[in-house]
Design a protein around this ligand. Sequence first.
Ligand code: M6R
Length: 359
Amino acid sequence: QKDGFRFFMEKEIYEQSNVVSDCMLGRLQDEEILFEELDSSILNGIKEINICACGTSYHAGLTASYLFERHSKIRCNVVIASEFRYKEPLLNKNSLFIVISQSGETADTLEALKMAKNAGLKTLVICNVDNSSMTRLADNTILTRAGIEKGVASTKAFSTQTVVLWMLSLYFAKQNDKISQEVLQKELHALREVPKSLIVSDKMHEKTRRLSKRYLHGHGFFFIGRDVFFPLALEGALKLKEISYLHAEGYPAGEMKHGPIALADPELFTIALMPENLLYDKIKSNVEELSARDSTICTISPLEFELSDDFIKTQEASHYMLEFFEMLVVLQLLSMEISIRLGNDVDMPRNLAKSVTVE
Ligand code: M6R
């Protein structure tokens, strides 16, 4: 069943390129995005979007908040479902309530969805499991078509969620007449390239395997990025924590000097996400500051950077989201290889369950 892979997580990392193609099938058209499953009046009267989710699905939601505001020009708030439930949230009827869940069964996310429904909001679930509690409850469902995900550490669920949300931001942008045909075509072109950017090359896998030898000795890890690469940094840190049991934190790179940089020393490993196509100079100066304080720096980027102690080279790409997906694969492989070297059970990490159906 593992098809020759050592763990389900490894198999699922390698599957991403194909499942993302399935996920885009029929939705990514020549000149537009189509979601036939959505109620055509879904945006009528909608002034803002609220997203609720947990864990990795929350990171997909955070990524989406950048894309919804950038493309659809709709204000977007993202809240962790367990926080949302008890904060006495103000729910406006003019907001679209989106929940994101691989399983469709996560207790906190399900409760948040119920609250939104009871308050009369329009609801949408982005989910991998048809006929789950959330798909049965929500007004609208978009299935991510990732196939069964067995590894507790979510991989292909995240890549498909992110692709769906990116497509949705463009679909909404078009519906609201907020995107030019020229920009839309560029985005569609980039979307077509996503499966390629998710292909695992032998070289990339080997590089993460080699680095894992030293990185398992890290006392702590900072994953840093800006814009959508900030949620990606959170996701990289979560993957490492879950399966390697090493302490890792994801941070917006510009936030380091507001406190966390005090921790910097050679035993602290910084994994810096440095895309060529988005805020490169800004993150570069954040990494320079960390390097000046002797943090060990690993940069993931298409561009070599003289201050890196280690460098994982990604492909040059025409769009930052393509860099995002390739870096995602690197982060997944790195955490998996570290976990394997530590002798951990990659697919069933301690203290965790695949689906969290209790509060
Ligand atoms: O099934 P869901 O997407 O609702 O699950 C949410 C989280 O429990 C899940 O993403 C968790 O964080 C994963 N183990 C992360 O790899």
